[in-house]
Ligand binder design. Structure first.
Ligand code: ADP
Ligand code: MG
Length: 553
Protein backbone atom coordinates (compact mmCIF):
# COMPACT_ATOMS: atom_id res chain seq x y z
CA UNK A 1 0.00 0.00 0.00
CA UNK A 2 1.43 3.35 -1.01
CA UNK A 3 0.49 6.65 0.63
CA UNK A 4 -2.82 8.32 -0.01
CA UNK A 5 -3.11 11.46 -2.08
CA UNK A 6 -5.77 14.05 -1.49
CA UNK A 7 -7.83 15.74 -4.17
CA UNK A 8 -10.52 18.39 -4.07
CA UNK A 9 -13.98 17.97 -5.44
CA UNK A 10 -15.02 20.55 -7.94
CA UNK A 11 -17.00 23.56 -6.82
CA UNK A 12 -20.45 22.15 -7.48
CA UNK A 13 -19.64 19.10 -5.39
CA UNK A 14 -20.26 20.86 -2.12
CA UNK A 15 -23.66 21.92 -3.40
CA UNK A 16 -24.65 18.43 -4.52
CA UNK A 17 -23.37 16.75 -1.38
CA UNK A 18 -25.09 19.26 0.80
CA UNK A 19 -28.30 18.63 -1.09
CA UNK A 20 -27.90 14.88 -0.69
CA UNK A 21 -27.40 15.09 3.00
CA UNK A 22 -30.21 17.52 3.74
CA UNK A 23 -33.06 17.94 1.31
CA UNK A 24 -33.15 14.28 0.33
CA UNK A 25 -33.23 13.05 3.83
CA UNK A 26 -36.93 12.30 3.72
CA UNK A 27 -36.15 9.66 1.13
CA UNK A 28 -32.85 8.41 2.46
CA UNK A 29 -33.40 4.76 1.57
CA UNK A 30 -32.68 5.47 -2.07
CA UNK A 31 -28.94 5.33 -1.34
CA UNK A 32 -29.20 1.55 -1.43
CA UNK A 33 -31.11 1.54 -4.67
CA UNK A 34 -28.50 3.79 -6.28
CA UNK A 35 -25.52 1.77 -5.13
CA UNK A 36 -27.14 -1.53 -6.09
CA UNK A 37 -28.04 -0.14 -9.47
CA UNK A 38 -24.40 0.86 -10.04
CA UNK A 39 -23.27 -2.60 -8.96
CA UNK A 40 -25.72 -4.14 -11.38
CA UNK A 41 -24.50 -1.92 -14.24
CA UNK A 42 -20.93 -2.92 -13.43
CA UNK A 43 -21.83 -6.62 -13.67
CA UNK A 44 -23.66 -6.04 -16.95
CA UNK A 45 -20.64 -4.26 -18.33
CA UNK A 46 -18.36 -7.09 -17.33
CA UNK A 47 -20.61 -9.64 -18.98
CA UNK A 48 -20.74 -7.60 -22.11
CA UNK A 49 -16.97 -7.25 -22.17
CA UNK A 50 -16.57 -11.00 -21.75
CA UNK A 51 -18.76 -11.59 -24.79
CA UNK A 52 -17.46 -8.84 -26.98
CA UNK A 53 -13.77 -9.18 -26.07
CA UNK A 54 -13.27 -12.62 -24.49
CA UNK A 55 -9.48 -12.14 -24.37
CA UNK A 56 -10.02 -9.34 -21.81
CA UNK A 57 -10.52 -11.95 -19.09
CA UNK A 58 -6.87 -13.04 -19.19
CA UNK A 59 -6.34 -15.48 -16.33
CA UNK A 60 -9.21 -14.11 -14.30
CA UNK A 61 -11.78 -16.53 -13.04
CA UNK A 62 -15.23 -14.98 -12.96
CA UNK A 63 -17.48 -16.11 -10.19
CA UNK A 64 -21.22 -16.16 -10.59
CA UNK A 65 -22.40 -12.56 -10.66
CA UNK A 66 -23.82 -11.31 -7.36
CA UNK A 67 -24.27 -8.19 -5.30
CA UNK A 68 -23.69 -8.61 -1.58
CA UNK A 69 -25.04 -6.28 1.10
CA UNK A 70 -23.66 -6.75 4.60
CA UNK A 71 -23.70 -4.72 7.78
CA UNK A 72 -21.61 -4.51 10.92
CA UNK A 73 -23.48 -3.34 13.97
CA UNK A 74 -20.39 -2.67 16.06
CA UNK A 75 -18.54 -0.75 13.38
CA UNK A 76 -21.71 1.04 12.30
CA UNK A 77 -21.16 0.22 8.62
CA UNK A 78 -23.10 -1.06 5.63
CA UNK A 79 -21.11 -2.63 2.79
CA UNK A 80 -22.21 -3.13 -0.81
CA UNK A 81 -19.91 -5.38 -2.84
CA UNK A 82 -20.13 -6.47 -6.46
CA UNK A 83 -18.00 -8.70 -8.67
CA UNK A 84 -18.50 -6.55 -11.73
CA UNK A 85 -16.04 -4.81 -13.99
CA UNK A 86 -14.48 -2.53 -11.33
CA UNK A 87 -12.62 0.68 -12.06
CA UNK A 88 -9.07 1.76 -12.81
CA UNK A 89 -7.58 4.70 -10.92
CA UNK A 90 -8.38 7.01 -13.80
CA UNK A 91 -11.94 5.73 -13.98
CA UNK A 92 -12.40 6.35 -10.28
CA UNK A 93 -11.20 9.91 -10.72
CA UNK A 94 -13.40 10.48 -13.76
CA UNK A 95 -16.53 8.83 -12.43
CA UNK A 96 -16.43 9.16 -8.68
CA UNK A 97 -13.85 11.81 -7.91
CA UNK A 98 -15.25 14.39 -10.26
CA UNK A 99 -18.60 15.95 -10.14
CA UNK A 100 -18.34 17.80 -13.44
CA UNK A 101 -19.88 14.93 -15.39
CA UNK A 102 -22.09 16.42 -18.01
CA UNK A 103 -25.39 15.90 -16.26
CA UNK A 104 -24.41 17.51 -13.01
CA UNK A 105 -24.45 21.18 -13.89
CA UNK A 106 -27.73 20.68 -15.68
CA UNK A 107 -29.01 18.87 -12.62
CA UNK A 108 -28.22 21.81 -10.40
CA UNK A 109 -30.08 24.13 -12.74
CA UNK A 110 -33.05 21.83 -12.89
CA UNK A 111 -33.53 21.63 -9.12
CA UNK A 112 -36.90 22.93 -8.15
CA UNK A 113 -36.71 23.07 -4.37
CA UNK A 114 -39.63 20.66 -4.28
CA UNK A 115 -38.22 17.64 -2.47
CA UNK A 116 -40.21 15.02 -4.28
CA UNK A 117 -39.27 16.34 -7.70
CA UNK A 118 -35.66 16.78 -6.72
CA UNK A 119 -35.37 13.20 -5.57
CA UNK A 120 -36.62 12.10 -8.98
CA UNK A 121 -34.07 14.28 -10.66
CA UNK A 122 -31.19 12.65 -8.83
CA UNK A 123 -31.54 9.40 -10.67
CA UNK A 124 -32.29 10.98 -14.02
CA UNK A 125 -29.14 13.02 -13.96
CA UNK A 126 -26.89 10.23 -12.80
CA UNK A 127 -25.58 11.67 -9.58
CA UNK A 128 -26.63 8.48 -7.85
CA UNK A 129 -23.37 7.58 -6.14
CA UNK A 130 -23.41 10.72 -4.02
CA UNK A 131 -26.65 9.68 -2.41
CA UNK A 132 -24.42 7.52 -0.19
CA UNK A 133 -23.72 10.67 1.82
CA UNK A 134 -27.36 10.93 2.78
CA UNK A 135 -26.71 8.30 5.44
CA UNK A 136 -22.91 8.04 5.58
CA UNK A 137 -20.46 10.44 7.15
CA UNK A 138 -17.62 8.70 5.38
CA UNK A 139 -17.56 6.45 2.31
CA UNK A 140 -14.71 4.12 1.41
CA UNK A 141 -14.76 2.57 -2.06
CA UNK A 142 -12.25 -0.12 -2.99
CA UNK A 143 -12.13 -1.39 -6.52
CA UNK A 144 -10.08 -3.11 -9.17
CA UNK A 145 -10.72 -3.01 -12.88
CA UNK A 146 -11.05 -6.43 -14.45
CA UNK A 147 -8.02 -7.13 -16.62
CA UNK A 148 -5.60 -5.10 -14.48
CA UNK A 149 -3.08 -6.76 -12.12
CA UNK A 150 -4.14 -7.20 -8.49
CA UNK A 151 -1.63 -4.54 -7.41
CA UNK A 152 -3.66 -1.95 -9.28
CA UNK A 153 -6.53 -1.82 -6.88
CA UNK A 154 -7.66 1.65 -5.78
CA UNK A 155 -9.13 2.93 -2.55
CA UNK A 156 -11.19 6.11 -2.66
CA UNK A 157 -12.44 7.67 0.55
CA UNK A 158 -14.21 10.86 1.45
CA UNK A 159 -16.32 12.50 4.08
CA UNK A 160 -18.15 14.31 1.31
CA UNK A 161 -16.99 17.70 2.51
CA UNK A 162 -14.92 18.83 -0.44
CA UNK A 163 -11.98 16.44 -0.57
CA UNK A 164 -11.34 12.81 -1.29
CA UNK A 165 -8.27 10.59 -0.87
CA UNK A 166 -6.97 8.02 -3.33
CA UNK A 167 -4.49 5.27 -2.62
CA UNK A 168 -3.25 2.18 -4.40
CA UNK A 169 -4.18 -1.12 -2.78
CA UNK A 170 -3.81 -4.79 -3.48
CA UNK A 171 -7.08 -6.43 -4.46
CA UNK A 172 -7.29 -10.01 -5.63
CA UNK A 173 -10.75 -10.03 -7.16
CA UNK A 174 -12.10 -7.59 -9.71
CA UNK A 175 -15.17 -5.56 -8.75
CA UNK A 176 -16.06 -2.87 -6.26
CA UNK A 177 -16.73 -2.75 -2.53
CA UNK A 178 -18.31 0.29 -0.93
CA UNK A 179 -18.29 0.75 2.84
CA UNK A 180 -20.65 3.34 4.30
CA UNK A 181 -19.71 4.61 7.74
CA UNK A 182 -23.11 5.66 8.94
CA UNK A 183 -23.88 8.96 10.57
CA UNK A 184 -24.92 9.02 14.16
CA UNK A 185 -28.58 8.15 14.51
CA UNK A 186 -28.69 5.86 11.47
CA UNK A 187 -28.35 2.67 13.49
CA UNK A 188 -31.85 1.58 12.60
CA UNK A 189 -30.45 0.68 9.15
CA UNK A 190 -28.14 -1.90 10.73
CA UNK A 191 -30.86 -4.47 10.70
CA UNK A 192 -31.31 -7.41 8.40
CA UNK A 193 -35.05 -7.11 8.21
CA UNK A 194 -34.89 -3.42 7.38
CA UNK A 195 -32.27 -3.89 4.65
CA UNK A 196 -34.18 -6.78 3.15
CA UNK A 197 -37.31 -4.72 2.89
CA UNK A 198 -35.46 -1.80 1.26
CA UNK A 199 -33.89 -4.13 -1.29
CA UNK A 200 -37.22 -5.73 -2.04
CA UNK A 201 -38.96 -2.42 -2.38
CA UNK A 202 -36.45 -0.71 -4.66
CA UNK A 203 -34.31 -3.37 -6.26
CA UNK A 204 -36.48 -6.40 -6.80
CA UNK A 205 -36.00 -6.25 -10.56
CA UNK A 206 -32.25 -6.11 -10.57
CA UNK A 207 -31.43 -9.08 -12.75
CA UNK A 208 -28.48 -10.33 -10.68
CA UNK A 209 -28.97 -11.93 -7.30
CA UNK A 210 -28.66 -9.60 -4.33
CA UNK A 211 -27.65 -11.48 -1.20
CA UNK A 212 -27.78 -10.27 2.38
CA UNK A 213 -25.04 -11.04 4.88
CA UNK A 214 -23.45 -14.45 4.41
CA UNK A 215 -26.68 -15.89 3.12
CA UNK A 216 -26.52 -17.30 -0.38
CA UNK A 217 -30.22 -17.03 -1.16
CA UNK A 218 -31.14 -14.00 -3.23
CA UNK A 219 -33.39 -11.45 -1.62
CA UNK A 220 -34.75 -10.23 -4.94
CA UNK A 221 -36.51 -11.97 -7.80
CA UNK A 222 -33.26 -11.79 -9.77
CA UNK A 223 -35.00 -12.58 -12.99
CA UNK A 224 -35.68 -10.34 -15.91
CA UNK A 225 -39.22 -9.08 -15.48
CA UNK A 226 -39.99 -9.04 -19.18
CA UNK A 227 -39.10 -12.71 -19.44
CA UNK A 228 -41.75 -13.68 -16.91
CA UNK A 229 -45.23 -14.61 -18.08
CA UNK A 230 -47.71 -11.76 -18.15
CA UNK A 231 -50.14 -13.73 -16.04
CA UNK A 232 -47.67 -13.64 -13.13
CA UNK A 233 -47.21 -9.89 -13.23
CA UNK A 234 -49.30 -7.17 -11.66
CA UNK A 235 -49.59 -3.55 -12.68
CA UNK A 236 -47.52 -2.82 -9.59
CA UNK A 237 -44.70 -5.01 -10.96
CA UNK A 238 -44.75 -3.21 -14.27
CA UNK A 239 -44.73 0.17 -12.61
CA UNK A 240 -41.87 -0.61 -10.31
CA UNK A 241 -39.88 -2.05 -13.17
CA UNK A 242 -40.48 1.16 -15.08
CA UNK A 243 -39.10 3.09 -12.13
CA UNK A 244 -36.07 0.88 -12.03
CA UNK A 245 -35.50 1.32 -15.75
CA UNK A 246 -35.97 5.07 -15.96
CA UNK A 247 -35.60 6.48 -12.45
CA UNK A 248 -38.85 8.26 -13.21
CA UNK A 249 -41.00 8.28 -10.11
CA UNK A 250 -44.25 9.02 -11.89
CA UNK A 251 -46.12 5.98 -13.11
CA UNK A 252 -46.04 5.40 -16.84
CA UNK A 253 -49.11 6.39 -18.83
CA UNK A 254 -49.33 3.03 -20.57
CA UNK A 255 -47.25 0.00 -21.47
CA UNK A 256 -47.28 -3.00 -23.73
CA UNK A 257 -45.64 -6.34 -23.00
CA UNK A 258 -45.58 -8.99 -25.65
CA UNK A 259 -43.63 -12.06 -26.61
CA UNK A 260 -43.45 -12.85 -30.29
CA UNK A 261 -42.59 -16.27 -31.67
CA UNK A 262 -42.31 -17.05 -35.33
CA UNK A 263 -39.65 -16.35 -37.88
CA UNK A 264 -38.05 -14.15 -35.28
CA UNK A 265 -38.36 -14.55 -31.57
CA UNK A 266 -38.34 -11.55 -29.28
CA UNK A 267 -39.98 -9.88 -26.34
CA UNK A 268 -41.04 -6.25 -26.16
CA UNK A 269 -41.76 -4.34 -23.00
CA UNK A 270 -42.45 -0.75 -23.96
CA UNK A 271 -43.61 2.11 -21.76
CA UNK A 272 -45.08 5.51 -22.52
CA UNK A 273 -43.96 7.93 -19.78
CA UNK A 274 -46.50 10.27 -18.31
CA UNK A 275 -44.31 13.31 -18.85
CA UNK A 276 -41.60 14.39 -21.24
CA UNK A 277 -37.99 14.15 -20.06
CA UNK A 278 -36.08 17.41 -19.65
CA UNK A 279 -34.05 16.61 -22.74
CA UNK A 280 -36.80 15.55 -25.13
CA UNK A 281 -35.61 18.01 -27.73
CA UNK A 282 -31.89 17.33 -27.38
CA UNK A 283 -31.28 15.07 -30.37
CA UNK A 284 -28.21 13.29 -28.99
CA UNK A 285 -29.82 12.66 -25.62
CA UNK A 286 -31.82 9.62 -26.62
CA UNK A 287 -32.67 7.25 -23.83
CA UNK A 288 -35.24 5.03 -25.40
CA UNK A 289 -35.07 1.30 -25.44
CA UNK A 290 -32.48 -1.10 -24.08
CA UNK A 291 -31.45 -4.03 -26.22
CA UNK A 292 -30.91 -7.44 -24.63
CA UNK A 293 -30.01 -10.68 -26.34
CA UNK A 294 -31.34 -13.68 -24.44
CA UNK A 295 -31.48 -11.63 -21.20
CA UNK A 296 -27.95 -10.29 -21.56
CA UNK A 297 -27.90 -6.54 -21.68
CA UNK A 298 -26.19 -5.43 -24.89
CA UNK A 299 -26.72 -1.77 -25.66
CA UNK A 300 -28.49 1.28 -24.42
CA UNK A 301 -30.75 2.72 -27.09
CA UNK A 302 -29.16 2.56 -30.47
CA UNK A 303 -31.65 4.62 -32.40
CA UNK A 304 -32.36 1.52 -34.45
CA UNK A 305 -35.05 -0.09 -32.38
CA UNK A 306 -37.54 2.75 -32.65
CA UNK A 307 -37.70 5.71 -35.00
CA UNK A 308 -36.81 9.18 -33.84
CA UNK A 309 -40.40 10.32 -33.54
CA UNK A 310 -40.96 7.64 -30.88
CA UNK A 311 -37.79 8.46 -28.99
CA UNK A 312 -39.71 9.10 -25.77
CA UNK A 313 -40.84 5.47 -25.51
CA UNK A 314 -38.81 3.58 -22.90
CA UNK A 315 -38.37 -0.11 -22.32
CA UNK A 316 -36.67 -3.31 -23.27
CA UNK A 317 -36.30 -5.37 -26.41
CA UNK A 318 -34.96 -8.89 -25.90
CA UNK A 319 -34.08 -10.79 -29.05
CA UNK A 320 -33.32 -14.49 -29.35
CA UNK A 321 -31.93 -14.13 -32.87
CA UNK A 322 -29.09 -11.65 -32.62
CA UNK A 323 -25.55 -12.76 -31.78
CA UNK A 324 -24.35 -11.82 -28.30
CA UNK A 325 -21.41 -9.91 -29.68
CA UNK A 326 -23.71 -7.76 -31.79
CA UNK A 327 -22.39 -4.28 -32.57
CA UNK A 328 -24.15 -1.13 -33.70
CA UNK A 329 -22.92 -1.84 -37.23
CA UNK A 330 -24.41 -5.31 -37.27
CA UNK A 331 -27.68 -3.92 -35.97
CA UNK A 332 -27.92 -1.57 -38.89
CA UNK A 333 -28.03 -4.29 -41.49
CA UNK A 334 -29.97 -6.84 -39.49
CA UNK A 335 -33.25 -8.19 -40.82
CA UNK A 336 -34.19 -9.29 -37.34
CA UNK A 337 -33.79 -5.70 -36.13
CA UNK A 338 -35.85 -4.34 -39.03
CA UNK A 339 -38.56 -6.79 -38.18
CA UNK A 340 -38.50 -5.97 -34.46
CA UNK A 341 -38.54 -2.27 -35.20
CA UNK A 342 -41.56 -2.36 -37.44
CA UNK A 343 -43.44 -4.57 -35.03
CA UNK A 344 -42.52 -2.29 -32.13
CA UNK A 345 -43.78 0.76 -34.04
CA UNK A 346 -47.07 -0.98 -34.78
CA UNK A 347 -47.57 -2.00 -31.16
CA UNK A 348 -46.79 1.45 -29.87
CA UNK A 349 -49.09 3.19 -32.36
CA UNK A 350 -51.83 0.75 -31.43
CA UNK A 351 -51.27 1.54 -27.78
CA UNK A 352 -51.74 5.25 -28.53
CA UNK A 353 -54.88 4.49 -30.47
CA UNK A 354 -56.35 2.49 -27.62
CA UNK A 355 -55.48 5.25 -25.22
CA UNK A 356 -57.20 7.81 -27.46
CA UNK A 357 -60.32 5.69 -27.74
CA UNK A 358 -60.59 4.34 -24.23
CA UNK A 359 -59.03 7.06 -22.09
CA UNK A 360 -59.39 10.37 -23.89
CA UNK A 361 -58.23 12.45 -20.87
CA UNK A 362 -55.07 10.40 -20.62
CA UNK A 363 -54.59 10.77 -24.33
CA UNK A 364 -54.95 14.53 -24.03
CA UNK A 365 -52.14 14.51 -21.44
CA UNK A 366 -50.07 12.34 -23.68
CA UNK A 367 -50.60 14.67 -26.62
CA UNK A 368 -49.56 17.68 -24.58
CA UNK A 369 -46.31 16.00 -23.64
CA UNK A 370 -45.39 14.22 -26.84
CA UNK A 371 -47.68 15.40 -29.65
CA UNK A 372 -45.02 17.68 -31.09
CA UNK A 373 -42.61 14.77 -31.43
CA UNK A 374 -45.18 12.32 -32.74
CA UNK A 375 -46.22 14.75 -35.49
CA UNK A 376 -42.77 14.34 -37.00
CA UNK A 377 -43.79 10.81 -37.86
CA UNK A 378 -46.14 12.18 -40.52
CA UNK A 379 -43.18 13.14 -42.64
CA UNK A 380 -40.62 10.67 -41.27
CA UNK A 381 -42.58 7.45 -41.54
CA UNK A 382 -44.69 7.15 -44.70
CA UNK A 383 -45.38 3.49 -43.93
CA UNK A 384 -47.38 4.42 -40.83
CA UNK A 385 -48.69 7.78 -41.95
CA UNK A 386 -52.31 6.70 -41.86
CA UNK A 387 -52.18 5.48 -38.27
CA UNK A 388 -50.30 8.58 -37.16
CA UNK A 389 -52.77 10.87 -38.96
CA UNK A 390 -55.59 9.46 -36.87
CA UNK A 391 -53.60 10.25 -33.73
CA UNK A 392 -53.10 13.94 -34.53
CA UNK A 393 -54.85 16.53 -32.40
CA UNK A 394 -55.27 20.19 -33.22
CA UNK A 395 -56.65 23.32 -31.70
CA UNK A 396 -59.42 24.79 -33.80
CA UNK A 397 -61.73 27.78 -33.79
CA UNK A 398 -64.14 25.48 -31.91
CA UNK A 399 -61.72 24.57 -29.13
CA UNK A 400 -62.68 25.76 -25.67
CA UNK A 401 -59.05 26.35 -24.71
CA UNK A 402 -55.64 26.23 -26.30
CA UNK A 403 -55.53 22.52 -25.78
CA UNK A 404 -55.35 20.51 -28.93
CA UNK A 405 -58.58 18.56 -28.72
CA UNK A 406 -59.73 18.18 -32.32
CA UNK A 407 -58.86 15.17 -34.45
CA UNK A 408 -59.22 15.26 -38.20
CA UNK A 409 -62.01 12.74 -37.74
CA UNK A 410 -63.85 15.15 -35.41
CA UNK A 411 -63.39 17.95 -37.90
CA UNK A 412 -64.69 16.00 -40.87
CA UNK A 413 -67.57 14.68 -38.78
CA UNK A 414 -68.88 18.19 -38.21
CA UNK A 415 -68.10 19.77 -41.58
CA UNK A 416 -70.89 21.91 -42.92
CA UNK A 417 -73.06 20.61 -45.67
CA UNK A 418 -71.39 21.41 -48.95
CA UNK A 419 -67.98 21.96 -47.35
CA UNK A 420 -65.38 19.94 -49.21
CA UNK A 421 -62.14 21.09 -47.61
CA UNK A 422 -60.44 21.01 -44.26
CA UNK A 423 -59.38 24.57 -43.54
CA UNK A 424 -56.41 25.54 -41.46
CA UNK A 425 -54.64 28.75 -40.45
CA UNK A 426 -50.88 28.34 -40.26
CA UNK A 427 -48.90 30.91 -38.30
CA UNK A 428 -45.74 31.14 -36.22
CA UNK A 429 -47.72 30.82 -33.00
CA UNK A 430 -51.11 29.78 -31.78
CA UNK A 431 -52.05 33.40 -31.00
CA UNK A 432 -51.03 34.57 -34.45
CA UNK A 433 -53.09 31.83 -36.04
CA UNK A 434 -56.11 32.68 -33.91
CA UNK A 435 -55.79 36.37 -34.78
CA UNK A 436 -55.44 35.85 -38.50
CA UNK A 437 -57.70 38.20 -40.50
CA UNK A 438 -58.26 35.33 -42.88
CA UNK A 439 -60.49 33.75 -40.27
CA UNK A 440 -63.10 36.48 -40.40
CA UNK A 441 -65.05 35.11 -43.33
CA UNK A 442 -64.87 31.60 -41.91
CA UNK A 443 -66.19 32.81 -38.59
CA UNK A 444 -68.98 34.64 -40.35
CA UNK A 445 -69.96 31.42 -42.07
CA UNK A 446 -69.40 29.36 -38.95
CA UNK A 447 -66.84 27.17 -40.66
CA UNK A 448 -64.35 25.51 -38.35
CA UNK A 449 -60.68 26.26 -38.96
CA UNK A 450 -57.71 24.39 -37.49
CA UNK A 451 -55.23 26.71 -35.83
CA UNK A 452 -51.68 25.54 -36.51
CA UNK A 453 -49.07 27.40 -34.52
CA UNK A 454 -46.23 24.92 -34.03
CA UNK A 455 -43.14 24.90 -36.19
CA UNK A 456 -43.62 21.24 -37.01
CA UNK A 457 -47.15 21.89 -38.37
CA UNK A 458 -45.56 23.46 -41.34
CA UNK A 459 -44.09 20.15 -42.41
CA UNK A 460 -47.23 18.30 -41.57
CA UNK A 461 -49.56 20.26 -43.85
CA UNK A 462 -47.23 21.62 -46.50
CA UNK A 463 -45.77 18.25 -47.33
CA UNK A 464 -47.11 14.81 -46.78
CA UNK A 465 -50.55 15.46 -45.36
CA UNK A 466 -52.52 16.90 -48.25
CA UNK A 467 -55.73 15.00 -47.77
CA UNK A 468 -57.74 13.24 -45.14
CA UNK A 469 -60.61 10.90 -46.04
CA UNK A 470 -60.78 12.44 -49.47
CA UNK A 471 -60.97 16.03 -48.15
CA UNK A 472 -58.16 18.34 -49.16
CA UNK A 473 -56.42 20.36 -46.50
CA UNK A 474 -56.56 23.99 -47.50
CA UNK A 475 -54.89 27.00 -45.94
CA UNK A 476 -57.26 29.89 -45.27
CA UNK A 477 -54.55 32.18 -46.60
CA UNK A 478 -54.24 30.40 -49.86
CA UNK A 479 -56.03 30.66 -53.19
CA UNK A 480 -59.11 32.57 -54.19
CA UNK A 481 -61.73 33.17 -51.54
CA UNK A 482 -63.52 30.14 -52.63
CA UNK A 483 -65.98 28.49 -50.34
CA UNK A 484 -67.10 26.16 -53.11
CA UNK A 485 -70.64 25.10 -52.50
CA UNK A 486 -70.73 27.17 -49.33
CA UNK A 487 -70.81 30.58 -51.00
CA UNK A 488 -74.30 31.71 -51.81
CA UNK A 489 -75.24 33.26 -55.13
CA UNK A 490 -75.88 36.65 -53.57
CA UNK A 491 -72.33 36.83 -52.24
CA UNK A 492 -70.80 35.88 -55.55
CA UNK A 493 -72.77 38.56 -57.31
CA UNK A 494 -71.90 41.15 -54.69
CA UNK A 495 -68.19 40.33 -55.09
CA UNK A 496 -68.38 40.62 -58.87
CA UNK A 497 -70.23 43.89 -58.56
CA UNK A 498 -67.68 45.28 -56.09
CA UNK A 499 -64.90 44.20 -58.49
CA UNK A 500 -66.28 46.40 -61.21
CA UNK A 501 -67.19 49.23 -58.82
CA UNK A 502 -63.62 49.41 -57.59
CA UNK A 503 -61.89 48.67 -60.89
CA UNK A 504 -60.07 52.02 -60.90
CA UNK A 505 -58.81 51.67 -57.34
CA UNK A 506 -57.70 48.08 -57.99
CA UNK A 507 -55.85 49.22 -61.11
CA UNK A 508 -53.96 51.87 -59.16
CA UNK A 509 -53.05 49.48 -56.36
CA UNK A 510 -51.82 46.93 -58.88
CA UNK A 511 -49.62 49.50 -60.58
CA UNK A 512 -48.28 50.63 -57.22
CA UNK A 513 -47.49 47.08 -56.10
CA UNK A 514 -46.11 45.93 -59.46
CA UNK A 515 -43.43 43.30 -58.91
CA UNK A 516 -44.58 42.77 -55.31
CA UNK A 517 -48.09 41.40 -55.70
CA UNK A 518 -49.46 39.20 -58.45
CA UNK A 519 -52.90 40.62 -58.27
CA UNK A 520 -55.17 42.84 -56.21
CA UNK A 521 -58.75 41.67 -55.85
CA UNK A 522 -61.94 42.49 -54.06
CA UNK A 523 -62.64 39.69 -51.61
CA UNK A 524 -65.48 38.36 -49.55
CA UNK A 525 -63.02 36.87 -47.05
CA UNK A 526 -62.90 39.86 -44.79
CA UNK A 527 -65.59 41.24 -42.59
CA UNK A 528 -63.79 43.80 -40.44
CA UNK A 529 -60.18 44.11 -41.68
CA UNK A 530 -59.68 46.33 -44.75
CA UNK A 531 -57.14 44.13 -46.55
CA UNK A 532 -55.11 40.95 -46.27
CA UNK A 533 -52.30 39.21 -48.10
CA UNK A 534 -53.15 35.93 -49.80
CA UNK A 535 -50.83 33.36 -51.30
CA UNK A 536 -51.42 32.25 -54.86
CA UNK A 537 -53.57 29.13 -55.04
CA UNK A 538 -50.91 26.88 -56.46
CA UNK A 539 -48.06 28.45 -54.54
CA UNK A 540 -46.98 27.73 -51.04
CA UNK A 541 -48.76 29.09 -48.05
CA UNK A 542 -47.70 32.61 -47.11
CA UNK A 543 -46.50 31.59 -43.66
CA UNK A 544 -44.42 28.84 -45.18
CA UNK A 545 -42.86 31.36 -47.55
CA UNK A 546 -42.05 33.65 -44.67
CA UNK A 547 -40.46 30.81 -42.74
CA UNK A 548 -38.44 29.74 -45.75
CA UNK A 549 -37.18 33.27 -46.16
CA UNK A 550 -36.38 33.40 -42.47
CA UNK A 551 -34.37 30.23 -42.76
CA UNK A 552 -32.46 31.59 -45.74
CA UNK A 553 -34.11 29.37 -48.34
P1 ADP B 1 -24.70 6.81 -13.06
O1 ADP B 1 -24.88 5.44 -12.49
O2 ADP B 1 -25.99 7.41 -13.50
O3 ADP B 1 -23.65 6.88 -14.14
P2 ADP B 1 -23.60 7.33 -10.50
O4 ADP B 1 -23.27 8.55 -9.73
O5 ADP B 1 -24.53 6.38 -9.85
O6 ADP B 1 -24.17 7.78 -11.89
O7 ADP B 1 -22.26 6.59 -10.84
C1 ADP B 1 -21.22 7.29 -11.49
C2 ADP B 1 -20.29 6.37 -12.23
O8 ADP B 1 -19.40 5.71 -11.33
C3 ADP B 1 -20.94 5.24 -12.98
O9 ADP B 1 -21.38 5.64 -14.26
C4 ADP B 1 -19.80 4.22 -13.08
O10 ADP B 1 -18.95 4.57 -14.16
C5 ADP B 1 -19.06 4.45 -11.82
N1 ADP B 1 -19.45 3.48 -10.80
C6 ADP B 1 -20.24 3.69 -9.74
N2 ADP B 1 -20.39 2.56 -9.00
C7 ADP B 1 -19.67 1.60 -9.63
C8 ADP B 1 -19.42 0.21 -9.38
N3 ADP B 1 -19.97 -0.43 -8.35
N4 ADP B 1 -18.60 -0.45 -10.25
C9 ADP B 1 -18.05 0.18 -11.30
N5 ADP B 1 -18.27 1.47 -11.60
C10 ADP B 1 -19.07 2.19 -10.78
MG1 MG C 1 -25.99 5.10 -10.84
Amino acid sequence: TSGAETYSFQAEAAQILNLMAHSLYSNKEIFLRELISNASDAIDRLRFERYSAPESAGNEQDEAPRIRVTFDKDAGTITIADNGIGMSRQEVMDNIGTIARSGTAEFLRALTGDKRRDVELIGQFGVGFYSAFVVAERVVLTTRRSGLPSAEGVRWSSDGKGEYALEAVERAEHGTTIVLELREGEDELLNEHRLRSIVQRYSDHISQPIVLGQDEAAVNQASALWARPKSELTEQDYHSYYRHLTNDYSDPLAYVHTKVEGRYEYTLLLYVPSHAPHNLWVPEARQGVRLHVRRVFILEDTGQLLPNYLRFVRGVVDSADLPLNVSREILQGSQAVDHIRSSAVKRVLRLFKELAEEKPEKYADFWKQFGGVLKQGISDDPAHREEITELLRFTSTRSASRDADVSLGDYVGRMKEGQDKIYYALAPSHDAAAASPHLEAFRAKDIEVLLLGEAVDNFVVSGPLREYRGKRLQSVAQGPADFGELADEGEKEAADQAGSDYATLLGRLKAHLAGKAWDVRVSSRLTTSPACIVADGVETDFTVMQRMRGSGL
